[in-house]
Ligand binder design. Structure first.
Ligand SMILES: CC(=O)SCCNC(=O)CCNC(=O)[C@H](O)C(C)(C)COP(=O)(O)OP(=O)(O)OC[C@H]1O[C@@H](n2cnc3c(N)ncnc32)[C@H](O)[C@@H]1OP(=O)(O)O
Ligand SMILES: O=CC(=O)O
Ligand SMILES: [Mg+2]
Length: 330
């Protein structure tokens, strides 16, 4: 049994063209931590969510934005090099349309350290991305925002953005390739803003977002970026949260947003593949390698026809399992 990330890399390099990221960041649960609350920020090192979102946007009142910016900048330097449970600590800034992004970046740029990810809500068009790039260069200077390890996570939250998603995602990926600006790694479905935008009424079953969530996943996966599902706002409804999480996982989402620490373990376990599924993926990958050597692209495995797309699905599972195990975060 293989047991380290490097074994996945060896395994994947044996299969030409199988996608492989240099640093795979599991994002089963993203937890928002409003930066206006020093008390909540102090909990960040001990938060077990795969991805922590230091929040400057809608979780922070307008009157508290300045305090939140200063707290977030201080947290970036304080957290650097400190032990922590999360794979990623990001900062969600305010959107282009809010007119507050420049102020956010001006204060954040005073920190010595960049976050692991810049998180950008309400990206509505490819033109927004051009503005975002220019604003980062202006506030941070170009050398601090190109060719760094920092990733980009962006939010799609309107009907217009959902329809234009292929162009928005491909523009973001091309921006990275052509300029070295932060690489887009994951896209988040901003379901609450989306409902407001289309005039839908939010229900716990979420039928009003059926089309949007399915189109969203297809657009993410077409460009091989992670797809992060809706917020579940009923804080006390654990069973509903589990059902919604499992539905998202079965539909192809890679993770889900959370708003309270109590939601994190439910979401993370829902997005972790079962022991049987991991075993299936590993055995399939081994069998695929053997059949490739014999010149067979398709073969039968446990009663199913297996070819390359099934191998890619298995690799997603192995990669997530390895990353989570390596960090000791089941
Ligand atoms: C649609 C969207 O855009 S979603 C993103 C924007 N929304 C947000 O950012 C909201 C994030 N969540 C929160 O602010 C809070 O969880 C709230 C306001 C919903 C509830 O907060 P509380 O009433 O304090 O919850 P509760 O009393 O259950 O908290 C229990 C403990 O968990 C802490 N806690 C609660 N939520 C969080 C959080 N998101 N991050 C870190 N710690 C938290 C509390 O500080 C409290 O700590 P304590 O035991 O040391 O006092
Ligand atoms: O930003 C998140 C949302 O649901 O809106
Ligand atoms: Mg939103």
């Amino acid at each position: 049994m293989r047991s380290s990330l490097s074994s996945v890399r060896q395994l994947s390099s044996a299969f030409q063209g199988v996608k492989e990221s240099a640093r795979y960041v599991p994002r089963r649960a993203l937890l928002y931590v409003p930066a206006s609350s020093e008390k909540m920020l102090a909990k960040v090192p001990s938060i077990h969510a795969d991805s922590v979102v230091i929040e400057l946007e809608d979780g922070v009142a307008i009157a508290a934005k300045d305090t939140a910016r200063k707290n977030a900048a201080a947290a970036l330097d304080k957290l650097a090099g400190q032990p922590r449970k999360a794979f990623e600590i990001g900062v969600r800034v305010n959107s282009v349309s809010s007119g507050m992004m420049e102020d956010d970046l001006r204060v954040l740029a005073r920190a010595q350290n960049l976050p692991d990810a810049f998180m950008i809500p309400k990206v509505d068009s490819p033109e927004d991305l051009a503005y975002i790039f220019d604003t980062f260069k202006k506030e941070y200077t170009p050398s601090r925002v190109t060719d760094t390890k920092t990733r980009m996570v962006m939010w799609i939250e309107s009907a217009r953005a959902l329809l234009d998603m292929p162009r928005i995602v491909s523009t973001a990926l091309n921006l990275h390739k052509s300029t070295g600006f932060f690489k887009l790694d994951a896209v988040v479905f901003g379901s609450d803003d989306y409902c407001a935008d289309i005039g839908a009424t939010r229900t716990s079953e979420g039928l009003e977002n059926l089309y949007a969530r399915q189109r969203f996943v297809a657009c993410c996966k077409a460009f091989q970026v992670q797809a992060i599902d809706s917020v579940y706002i009923d804080l006390k409804d654990e069973e509903g949260l589990r059902k919604y999480s499992e539905q998202g996982r079965n539909w192809g989402f890679t993770g889900k947003q959370t708003i309270h620490p109590s939601q994190v373990p439910i979401v993370q376990s829902s997005f972790l593949p079962s022991t049987e599924r991991i075993e299936w993926a590993r055995e399939l990958a081994e069998a695929y390698g053997e059949h490739q050597k014999e010149g067979k692209g398709a073969f039968s495995f446990r009663g199913q026809m297996i070819d390359r797309p099934l191998l890619l699905q298995a690799m997603n599972i192995i990669q997530l399992d390895e990353a989570v195990k390596e960090a000791g975060k089941q």
